[in-house]
Ligand binder design. Structure first.
Ligand SMILES: [Fe+2]
Length: 481
């Protein structure tokens, strides 16, 4: 049995299907649909071990809720990388931080093989897909979790490093994303995929000599918001060095972070706006108001957080943290104001609690003014964990008293996902779903909170631990138990 803080980073090898999980509490009668989640679940194979949490082999998880019951299934994503590694009994491909990764630069890996897509779940052009930071996603069956294979698009766009976080434009009925084509110079492409068309249409592009490491971006009614952090790579180093992918990037705190604002309708870059260096994985939301673009983001002073997530460090951690190196600093929830003129960019802090894996009521409020952010974080006294509490931030409330918290001793929650109630009248009319590792017993459960009060409604218990994952999505349309 896996228990203790490190249980979240231990491999789960079993694939199971369970028709009914034991439930404590009572699920709302209206709650029907499936929470599909992705994340690393296998960290060792034969003589090899992945070095970084971000690298483990992808496992898909499905929690289906209907008529007050919950079913569960999990399956490894059958990527080529996974299958070939299993056949050979060792890890044979480079990942984010594990091995030299020249294949990314050469494009061979991204265009011909299916990669270990362990980061997110999205629905793109009608396909349910698992994604990582390579341009082509892997489709799977959302009911059975069977892998269907790489999605190939019928276009000539090329790139090497993409995003696991495409946006969906509800006005234009299309997915929007980006990819970097490494070259001298490199090209940053922004593109759309209309619903049910397996074709990427370039919205805009620009050249740059040293691309930044980006994980996500922002979308407003009229604009695409790209933040170039001063965490840059010379593409030649990706080809020539023997370092893992991310270790080729260089942090330059003396250089600015740059907000690039691109017009969605024609790809025109309407402005580049500089501010002091910072780093982020996750945009939260963005919208336009009174001549400025508002960009909410989970921000760090530097990318040191990546260093703190190597597996050897994570697995050694104990609570309480006994040394400063065991401390994980969470992202600050910041609101950047980007004036579309000559005024300087400025930001304000939106919560005193750290916020990571941020989510919102995406369907109704993405690209618009909104009031509620959900996320995970770690309080001062539990800094050894990446995530030891769930937070709900009321952006209309006063700083200092605007954050509600759910937490339980030795429990480590995953990304909170909002599921809207039928006939919802308010932004937070619904529930929050989060997969929580209970390290006291070495097992996980699906937690259901009232999204407004942040109080527990019910939990459904899984008979094993689920390694801490990254991202998922709730699909009301998938409700077959
Ligand atoms: Fe992410």
């Amino acid at each position: 049995m896996a228990n203790g803080i490190n249980a979240g980073y231990l491999s789960l090898n079993e694939e199971i299907v369970l028709d009914r999980l034991p439930i404590k509490g009572t699920l709302p009668g209206w709650l029907a649909g499936s929470l599909l989640r992705n994340g690393p679940a296998k960290f060792e194979l034969g003589p090899d071990t992945f070095r970084h949490w971000f690298d483990g082999f992808a496992m898909l998880h499905r929690f289906t809720l209907k008529d007050g019951q919950v079913s569960y299934a999990n399956k490894f994503l059958q990527s080529e990388q996974y299958k070939i590694s299993m056949e050979q009994g060792r890890i044979v491909f480079g990942q984010f931080a594990t091995d030299p990764c020249k294949a990314i630069f050469k494009g061979t890996m991204t265009e011909t093989d299916s990669v270990n897509a362990n980061v997110s779940i999205n629905k793109v052009a009608g396909d349910f897909v698992a994604m990582t930071e390579t341009p082509l996603p892997i489709a799977f069956n959302p009911h059975t979790l069977e892998t269907l294979g790489v999605v190939h698009y019928e276009d000539a766009l090329q790139g090497h490093h993409g995003s696991a976080h495409p946006h969906y434009d509800f006005q234009r009925h299309m997915s929007v994303s980006y990819m970097t084509e490494f070259n001298m110079p490199s090209i940053f492409h922004v593109y759309a995929i209309p619903d049910h068309e397996h074709r990427r249409q370039e919205i805009g592009r620009y050249a740059l000599m040293e691309p930044s490491y980006l994980h996500s971006f922002g979308l407003t009614e009229q604009y695409i918001v790209i933040v170039e952090f001063p965490y840059r790579v010379n593409p030649l180093n990706l080809l020539n060095s023997h370092k893992p992918f991310i270790e080729n990037y260089e942090w330059r705190p003396q250089e600015p972070a740059t907000f690039v604002i691109m017009r969605k309708s024609n790809g025109e870059v309407v402005g580049r706006y500089e501010t002091e260096a910072f780093f982020a994985f996750h945009h939260v939301n963005a919208f336009e108001q009174a001549g400025e673009v508002v960009v909410d983001i989970s921000a760090y002073d530097s990318p040191a957080v990546i260093q703190s997530l190597y597996l050897d460090q994570l697995r050694d951690r104990v609570e309480p943290a006994t040394q400063s190196s065991a401390r994980i600093t969470g992202g600050e929830l910041r609101r950047y104001h980007v004036p579309l003129g000559s005024a300087p960019v400025r930001y304000e802090l939106l919560s005193h609690e750290a916020v990571e894996l941020p989510t919102i009521n995406y369907r109704r409020y993405n690209a618009g003014d909104y009031a509620v952010v959900y996320g995970v974080s770690t309080p001062e006294q539990r800094v050894a964990a990446f995530s030891s509490q769930l937070v709900r931030v009321d952006l209309h409330g006063a700083l200092g008293s605007n954050t509600k918290i759910w937490g339980e001793e030795a429990c480590y929650p995953g990304e909170p996902i909002f599921a809207e109630a039928p006939d919802a009248r308010f932004e937070d009319d619904g529930v929050i779903l989060s997969v929580v590792l209970d390290a006291r017993v070495g097992r996980s459960f699906l937690l259901v909170l009232n999204a407004h009060t942040f109080e527990e409604i019910a939990r459904a218990e899984v008979p094993h631990h689920i390694p801490l994952g990254f991202h998922g999505e709730f699909f009301p349309s998938i409700a077959i138990l």
